[in-house]
Design a protein around this ligand. Structure first.
Ligand SMILES: [Zn+2]
Ligand SMILES: [Zn+2]
Length: 380
């Protein structure tokens, strides 16, 4: 079967690369992927594959086998990133490679259909909008796009420093990422009589000092950084009654993130209290850390080894980066997930508007994913 898949991918090489070029030319921001979704849907429908829309731009494509079996999902994100040019105008670029993921999931679906590889159960491709907004997965889940899935797989191309083209890891361990907005409340007063007020900026300064002295287990990856601060400013002779700052927190596991958030909250409350004010800590965004199923990871590992050999198989990769893919697992703890890190020689790096990568990685990705899915759906 492995030979059959490799030959089919090679036979469609030009068409696969053309799909990527087509998608690359229509980068669109989260929840606005109208052209992208229409392009993908048209390709799938032309091949006789049923699609179902769950959000304006998010949809699934199902292939049902003739025998009972598991429901296996493969998720590809489809959105691009916004940048500003020198004139201050916004433009969009596929700088995170989601056009390559959409191409891989599209062609895995087309090949599973063409080669008749879905024998048992159901294959479901999930084309997910707005990963970069970190809310696309949540919307798809709320609309029921992942309901009754047993397993879900994901993929991301990697920067050259992490994996070279021809290499892949079956487990890309994303960190939990949490964004908090902290408001320090004080009491306004005349600049000449500061003792009658409470300076919220002093409270913010002490809170920040406190959170830079926090420790959670240093053997695990974690960090907390101040990323924005606003305070006072109405007049320079008024003691400010409010200061607001945002925090970007990362942690290698969800338990570690819970501990970090508890300690950060305490540091902010105590810092504000030290000057007589109080702190309000609001979590305004974030994604959970990866929680993979060992068996699901092993299926990806086997497919990687069969396609690129054990020389190309990399150990698990740990990254401080977040991914909203993990919302699927968070929403359904029974769901078994695994996520492939695909070497692509991507330079200078993801999210750089000049990002480029070796397109050969797309073909390798299609081969691995098609083989992995086919094996889960009754082909040996
Ligand atoms: Zn990204
Ligand atoms: Zn990405």
């Amino acid at each position: 079967m492995q030979t059959k898949i490799v030959q089919a991918v090679e036979a469609h090489r030009e068409a696969i690369l053309a799909s990527f070029s087509d998608l690359h030319a229509i980068p669109e921001w989260g929840f606005n992927e109208f052209k992208t979704a229409a392009y993908l849907q048209q390709r799938l429908e032309k091949a006789g594959i049923n699609i179902k829309k769950y959000t304006e731009t998010g949809f699934t494509a199902d292939i049902v086998g003739s025998e009972d079996g598991p429901a296996i999902g493969l998720r590809g994100d489809i959105d691009a990133l916004p940048y500003k040019n020198e004139a201050g105008e916004t433009y969009y670029v596929h700088a995170c490679g989601h056009d390559s993921h959409a191409t891989m999931v599209l062609w895995t679906t087309l090949l599973l259909k063409e080669l008749g590889l879905v024998k048992k159960g159901t294959f479901r491709a999930i084309f997910q909008p707005a990963e970069e907004c970190l809310t696309g997965a949540r919307e798809m889940i709320a609309a029921g796009a992942a309901a009754s899935l047993d397993e879900l797989y994901g993929v991301h191309i990697r920067p050259i420093q992490e994996a070279r083209v021809g290499q892949a890891s079956p487990a890309l361990w994303h960190s939990a990422s949490t964004v908090a907005e902290v408001t320090i409340h004080g009491q306004a007063a005349h600049g000449a009589r500061p003792h009658l007020g409470t300076n919220a900026i002093d409270g913010a300064a002490l809170a920040i000092l406190g959170l830079n002295s926090i420790w959670v287990n240093p053997a695990q990856q974690w960090s907390v950084k101040v990323t924005k601060i606003i305070g006072g400013g109405t007049a320079s002779n008024i003691i400010p009654d409010q200061a607001i700052f945002t925090l970007d927190m990362r942690a290698a596991s969800n338990a570690l993130m819970d501990e970090l958030v508890r300690k950060v909250t305490a540091a902010c409350e105590h810092g504000a209290a030290a000057v007589g004010g109080h702190a309000e800590v609001n979590i305004i965004g974030g994604v959970p850390a990866a929680e993979y199923d060992e068996e699901a990871v092993s299926y990806l590992r086997t497919a990687i080894e069969e396609i690129i050999g054990s020389k190309g198989l990399l150990p698990p990769i740990y990254t401080p980066g977040g991914e909203d893919f993990h919302q699927f697992k968070q929403a359904d703890p029974k769901l078994k997930t695994a996520y492939m890190a695909l070497g692509s020689d991507c330079t200078p790096g993801l999210h750089d508007p000049k990002m480029t990568f070796d397109r050969e990685a797309i073909l390798i990705g299609v081969k691995i994913l098609t083989l992995a899915m086919a094996k889960r759906l009754g082909c040996q």
